[in-house]
Design a protein around this ligand. Sequence first.
Ligand SMILES: NC(=O)c1ccc[n+]([C@@H]2O[C@H](COP(=O)([O-])OP(=O)(O)OC[C@H]3O[C@@H](n4cnc5c(N)ncnc54)[C@H](OP(=O)(O)O)[C@@H]3O)[C@@H](O)[C@H]2O)c1
Length: 222
Amino acid sequence: MATLQNKKVVVVGGSSGIGFAVALGALQSLASLVIIASSNKARVEDAVARLKAHNLPGEIRGEVLDAKDSDAVKAFAVALGAVDHIVWTSGDVPKAELGGPSGPFSIADSVDKGQGIAGQRPFPGGALGSSVATALEGLTRGLAVDIAPVRVNLICPGLINTELIEKMFGEHKDHITKTYVEKILMKRGGDPSECAEAYLFVMKCGYITGQKIDVEGGYLLI
Ligand SMILES: NC(=O)c1ccc[n+]([C@@H]2O[C@H](COP(=O)([O-])OP(=O)(O)OC[C@H]3O[C@@H](n4cnc5c(N)ncnc54)[C@H](OP(=O)(O)O)[C@@H]3O)[C@@H](O)[C@H]2O)c1
């Protein structure tokens, strides 16, 4: 079975939710170095401490990076040097504007991004988010061609129980997730670790690129 032994993994958005689960999963898969980056220093430090508490063998580092600041992203990428995998899960509660992570993806074996399933089954009133989600599929395939043999893949989460859901829905969270869960074949939201498995797969499998994996409990089927 493949591992991430001797691999260096960067997770932008690794202080919380899906990114944190990927960082932990990478350490459990024996990565030698995991660097998590996000915009809030206190959250980065807290996440590094939580990862270290697992007493896994790999080295853990935290960096403060605002993924919306393209100059900062470039400086971060240059300073990183050679790494094996870049996972990009940074994201915030959607606003009514176009935007998102951009920048060079330095030297890596793979780049694995995250984006929801809204492009395939748009929510009412969510046309803008849906168009961005769909654009990421094209970006993934285009980058897979342009920067081969570096591999580029896209993970599309359905409802995953993370801090983002709390932030996004606030006091309406229980009502909204209950309605959503009824439309999911698994009849529940996913655990971040279940979504992280898809990221770990595309990192470990050296023969997959330009692909999209939906981790959505069967929501798209009904
Ligand atoms: N959870 C779901 O059900 C779901 C469904 C579909 C799509 N997604 C997408 O999946 C991605 C991860 O979601 P999640 O649920 O894991 O969210 P989360 O728990 O809120 O984690 C988001 C991460 O992104 C970081 N971040 C936010 N703004 C940033 C910025 N400007 N620069 C750098 N880092 C930033 C956050 O840390 P700081 O606050 O410290 O910056 C945090 O580490 C998001 O793009 C989200 O839209 C999630």
